[in-house]
Design a protein around this ligand. Structure first.
Ligand SMILES: NC(=O)c1ccc[n+]([C@@H]2O[C@H](COP(=O)([O-])OP(=O)(O)OC[C@H]3O[C@@H](n4cnc5c(N)ncnc54)[C@H](O)[C@@H]3O)[C@@H](O)[C@H]2O)c1
Ligand SMILES: [Zn+2]
Length: 311
C-alpha cells in the first residue's frame, strides 16, 4: 500500500505504530505530535491503516492537531470493519480507565477491504463477530438467528464475511443516524450494550491475561443479559441463547470473578455514562428488541450483582 501511495502526486510521510491497545495513550499522541507537527497544515489528511486501536488513536490525533484535520480510515480487523470504523468516536485511554480521553471526529472516508482479514487469527475473527452480534442483539433478531446457525461456517470461511460486515455497518449507521453524538436518553447509548462491564474488565486485565476487546464485550454481554433477566427486562430463554452462542464461538462467558473484583468498582466510578453517583447500564429487552437504560447508584451495584444467577 505504501509504495502505491508514494507513487501518487501527494507528499507522503509514513509513521509505523505497533497496533494494539497499549498504543491508545497520551505517549502515542505526543509521539505523533512530534512526528507530524513540523510537516502538516490544515490541508493534510491523516490515513490510519490498522485495527480499532490504530483507528482510535489516529482519529483522536486528527481531531486535535491544528484544532482538527481530516482523516481517512482503512480498518484491518473484523472488529474495526464492523464497528469501530463507523460513528466517528475516537479515544485514548487514561490511567483512570479506558477511552476516557476522546472526541467525535468522523473520518472523511472509510475503505473496508476484506482482504486484510486473511491474516487474522480465528480468535481475532471471533472477537470481531462479537461486536457484529451485538448489533444483531440490539436490533435484528433474524440476523442473530442466522449467526447462531452459521457461525461455524462464518468462522472458517472469510469469504462469507462481506455480507455480514455490510449488514453490521447498516445496523450501526441506522442507530447513529438518529443520535450522532450520543445524547442523554438517545438510542446511540444502546451501542454500549455490555460495555460498562467490558471496559472495566479490559482495564483490570490490561497487564496480565489481557482480553481482546471482543472477548471483554462477550463477558460484558453475559453480565448485561444476567442483569436484564434479574430486572425483568429480558426472558431467560433469550439470555441462555446468547450465552450458548458466545460459548460456541469460543468467546469467554464466565465473568463473575472479574465482576466481584474491587477494581471493577473503581472503573465503574469513571464510566462515561455516570451521572453523579449513578451508573447507567444498558439492558437488552431480549434479542433484537432494543434496550432499556438502567441507572443504579454506584454503592448499590455490588448488592444487585450478588443477586445474579450464576448459571
Ligand atoms: N471508536 C469506536 O467506535 C470503537 C468501537 C469498538 C471498538 N473500539 C476500540 O477498538 C479497539 C479494538 O480493536 P481491534 O479488535 O481491531 O484490536 P487492535 O486494534 O488492538 O488489533 C488487534 C490485533 O490485531 C492485529 N492486526 C490488525 N490488523 C491485522 C491484520 N489484518 N492481520 C493480522 N493482525 C492484525 C493488531 O496488530 C493487534 O495485535 C479497542 O481499543 C476498542 O476500544 C472503538
Ligand atoms: Zn466495543
Amino acid at each position: 500500500m505504501l509504495p502505491s501511495l508514494e507513487k501518487s502526486a501527494y507528499e507522503i510521510l509514513s509513521v509505523p505504530l505497533k497496533g494494539n491497545e497499549s498504543i491508545k495513550s497520551l505517549e502515542t499522541f505526543i509521539f505523533l505530535e512530534n512526528k507530524l507537527l513540523p510537516f502538516i497544515d490544515r490541508q493534510t489528511t491523516l490515513i490510519a491503516i490498522g485495527g480499532g486501536a490504530i483507528g482510535d488513536v489516529v482519529g483522536f490525533s486528527a481531531s486535535v492537531l491544528l484544532r482538527g484535520i481530516p482523516w481517512i480510515y482503512l480498518p484491518t480487523t473484523l472488529l474495526s470493519q464492523v464497528d469501530s470504523s463507523i460513528g466517528g468516536k475516537t479515544a485514548i485511554n487514561s490511567t483512570f480507565g479506558k477511552n476516557l480521553i476522546g472526541s467525535f471526529h468522523f473520518p472523511s472516508l472509510v475503505i473496508t477491504d476484506t482482504t486484510f482479514l486473511k491474516t487474522l487469527t480465528k480468535k481475532q475473527i471471533a472477537s470481531g463477530l462479537v461486536e457484529l452480534t451485538k448489533h444483531a442483539l440490539i436490533e435484528d433478531r433474524d440476523l442473530f438467528d442466522e449467526l447462531e446457525q452459521n457461525h461455524t461456517k462464518i468462522l472458517n470461511d472469510i469469504d462469507l464475511l462481506p455480507s455480514y460486515i455490510f449488514k453490521s455497518i447498516q445496523l450501526k449507521v441506522k442507530i447513529i443516524d438518529q443520535d450522532w453524538f450520543e445524547e442523554d436518553q438517545g438510542t446511540r447509548q444502546y451501542l454500549n450494550l455490555g460495555h460498562t462491564f467490558a471496559h472495566a474488565f479490559e482495564s483490570i486485565t490490561k497487564n496480565e491475561n489481557s482480553l481482546l476487546h471482543g472477548e471483554a464485550v462477550a463477558l460484558g454481554l453475559c453480565a448485561a443479559y444476567d442483569l436484564a433477566v434479574q430486572q425483568g427486562a429480558c426472558c431467560v430463554q433469550d439470555r441462555d441463547r446468547v450465552k450458548n452462542y458466545l460459548n460456541s464461538i469460543d468467546m469467554p462467558t464466565y465473568y463473575q470473578e472479574l465482576l466481584f473484583s474491587d477494581k471493577t468498582q473503581k472503573y465503574f466510578k469513571v464510566d462515561k455514562k455516570k451521572k453523579g453517583e449513578k451508573i447507567t447500564f444498558i439492558l437488552p429487552k431480549g434479542i433484537g428488541k432494543g434496550c432499556h437504560l438502567f441507572s443504579v447508584s454506584q454503592p448499590n451495584t455490588q448488592k444487585i450483582f450478588s443477586l445474579f444467577s450464576v448459571n
